[in-house]
Design a protein around this ligand. Structure first.
Ligand code: ADP
Ligand code: MG
Length: 323
């Protein structure tokens, strides 16, 4: 039967990447320090995310997979000051409606954990079990209930490429969290989780690049910017090495990319991109996030002011760095 969850699922769960993103964000929201992601094939066979976060109490486990059963937001006004990555309580029910899901979880204050198995939104099994503190969510047979969605997926290389790219980016937002990504029994990515952004950059882009980047840090009364920047002698011919965050969340922004590029003036060829990992802290009242499930699109309220400030300060960093 086509239920309301499957309709919502189309929005939240577009491809295996979306499942990994939602599950990892839940682990981060739960305060995890270690997150291990296992993927088989293009992700439809298996996605497993294991964390050492706060866990879910047995009596809350069954409600966690019901629509809008979020524990993270109580008033819509909270949206402005949202500290967690999730808030809609849509991810688990949506994923559960298009897969076979198993959640095993234990909180610190309970001796036993619980295991919940769901197929196509129906609870198949619920039992107490011994397990480490934290949560393991396993998704099998993704999209087996929605063949049209399944057919739309690209090759294993493409789907897993998107996943590993996303995991690297999430790792860059959380240097204190240790991420491990496994595919076909191999560890393909590991971040050290020692709190050093440069070390995460080294694990994502290689230590050669990480060594050459220059730290930047500047602020005014509205914006505090920090991160790493390459000098004009180290550029790439695509924008994949530009990671931009607003208040610790990865975003896409043509304007920010342009500001970064402008700060190099004529120091780099027109068709090349500097490498940059930048986080901008600013009051949530100064931008709108599109409340689309992907939460990536952003609109700044004082865009020109921010871009001028960024371009000028980054340019100064480039000129200082070359001395
Ligand atoms: P949201 O993240 O928007 O609240 P989800 O559907 O992603 O909604 O998750 C529902 C609820 O399940 C969360 O609010 C949280 O209480 C719980 N939960 C999900 N994943 C985890 C996890 N890895 N660790 C602890 N709690 C979790
Ligand atoms: Mg969530």
């Amino acid at each position: 039967q086509l239920c309301i969850n499957q309709i919502a699922a189309g929005e939240v769960v577009e491809r295996p990447l979306s499942v990994v993103k939602e599950l990892v964000e839940n682990s981060l929201d739960a305060g995890a320090e270690h997150i291990e992601i296992t993927v088989e094939g293009n992700g439809t066979a298996l996605i497993r995310v294991r964390d050492d976060g706060s866990g879910i109490a047995p009596e809350e486990l069954q409600t966690a997979v019901l629509p809008h059963a979020t524990s993270k937001i109580s008033h819509i006004e909270d949206l402005d000051t949202l500290a967690t990555l999730g808030f809609r309580g849509e991810a688990l029910p949506s994923i559960a409606s298009v897969s076979r899901m198993e959640i095993v979880s234990r909180t610190a204050d309970s001796a036993l954990g619980a295991r919940l198995s769901i197929e196509n939104s129906e609870v198949k099994n619920f039992e107490e079990t011994g397990c480490p503190k934290g949560t393991t969510v396993t998704i099998r047979d993704l999209f087996y209930t929605t063949p049209a969605r399944y057919k739309f997926l690209k090759s294993q290389g493409t789907e897993f490429g998107l996943i590993s790219d996303m995991v690297s980016k999430l790792a860059l937002t959380k240097p204190a969290v240790r991420f491990i990504l496994k595919h076909a029994k191999h560890t393909v990515f590991m971040s050290p989780g020692d709190g050093s952004l440069r070390h995460v950059i080294a694990s994502v882009m290689g230590s050669q690049i990480a060594q050459k980047l220059v730290p930047v840090s500047f602020c005014n009364e509205h914006y505090a910017v920090s991160g790493y920047l390459s000098m004009p002698d180290l550029t790439r011919n695509n924008g994949n090495y530009q990671v931009l965050m607003i208040n610790g969340r990865i975003i896409r922004s043509k304007q920010l990319r342009q500001a970064v590029k402008n700060s190099f003036h004529t120091l780099i060829p027109h068709n090349t991109y500097p490498i940059v990992v930048l986080n901008i802290e600013l009051s949530p009242s100064l931008y709108d996030v599109n409340v689309h499930p992907s939460k990536m699109e952003i609109k700044f309220k004082q865009e020109n002011e921010l871009m001028t400030f960024l371009t000028a300060q980054l340019n100064k960093a480039v000129l200082d760095g070359r001395k």
